[in-house]
Design a protein around this ligand. Structure first.
Ligand SMILES: C[S@@+](CC[C@H](N)C(=O)[O-])C[C@H]1O[C@@H](n2cnc3c(N)ncnc32)[C@H](O)[C@@H]1O
Length: 270
């Protein structure tokens, strides 16, 4: 175990309660922003508050999804054949396995989320997809997740993998040691592996940060971080160009800025 990582998860409201429609979850709020139907009033309410100060949020959700597609395609083109999508959420096509298999039909993919509802949606979608699996796991217990991956036998950690953590790490509070969580995964990733993350920026507009504070004490509470703090989470990886920048900059130079800034970064394990 990486030094300082405690294999305990704080008790309280910061774990999604399956099938509690009164309490918002980040998976369902995100599903709403992406135009999905798997969400409830509590999720829509907070999404509407966010949209009232930052109407371009739906566009940002799609830029972020596009960053993930780009990162997966980049890894598949570099020869990666196994993918681990941590905090995978409610599926929304194209998902990681669809993007990877466009390039490499034999790609194996494991989706991991701590929200039982997200995992159930994933399992339903994947019922007839050999080489793809969904696991219930909490990234704040990295060693448990890694053990599950090994037990499941779909991912060979002796071979390079691509790990995606798209809009997940800002749900990990400072006292839950996000850098040590990444380090625990990095230690088990073979040389030549990739990691791609997106992370909410503390340099987003104050109005949106204020709205987001309404999620405090729920499982969707966020800790947005600066570009420097986000880059520090990927210590030990070689950061690919253009570095830790708004996701738009990974896509095309002409895309508009957004008041909520979502940082994207891709690291290579040498
Ligand atoms: C904003 S959604 C992003 C979903 C997906 N990665 C995407 O980009 O479409 C955040 C997801 O992270 C999951 N999540 C948050 N904290 C987590 C944790 N500690 N362990 C596993 N999943 C987590 C949530 O349940 C949710 O599905």
């Amino acid at each position: 175990m990486a030094e300082g990582v405690e294999e305990t998860v704080p008790e309280g409201n910061r774990i999604p309660r399956p099938f509690d429609t009164e309490q918002l979850t980040s998976a369902r709020v995100y599903n709403y922003l992406l135009g999905g139907k798997d969400n409830y009033e509590a999720d829509q309410d907070v999404a509407h508050q966010m949209l009232s100060s930052t109407p371009e949020l739906k566009t940002l959700a799609w830029f972020t999804r596009s960053f993930m597609h780009r990162a997966v395609a980049m890894a598949a083109e570099a020869g990666i054949r196994q993918f681990i999508d941590l905090g995978s959420g409610i599926p929304h096509s194209p998902n990681v396995h669809e993007v990877a298999r466009e390039i490499e039909p034999s790609a194996r993919v494991v989706y991991v989320d701590y929200d039982q509802v997200a995992v159930a949606h994933c399992e339903a979608l994947l019922a007839r997809s050999p080489g793809v699996a969904a696991l219930l796991g909490d990234v704040r217990r990295p060693h448990d997740v890694l053990d599950q991956l090994v037990e499941h036998n779909l991912i060979d950690l002796d071979e390079p993998v691509a790990v995606t953590l798209v809009s997940v790490l800002h749900y990990v509070m400072d006292d839950e040691h996000p850098a040590e969580i990444i380090a625990a995964f990095r230690e088990r990733m073979a040389p030549g592996s990739y990691i791609a993350i997106t992370h909410g920026s503390s340099e987003s507009s104050p109005e949106i940060l204020q709205v987001l504070s309404g999620t405090d004490a729920t499982s969707a509470q966020v800790a947005f971080r600066s570009a420097a703090q986000t880059g520090a989470l990927l210590a030990g990886f070689e950061l690919l160009e253009p570095g830790v920048v708004p996701v738009q900059q990974w896509l095309r130079p002409d895309l508009p800025d957004t008041r909520m800034i979502m940082l994207g970064a891709i690291g290579l394990r040498r």
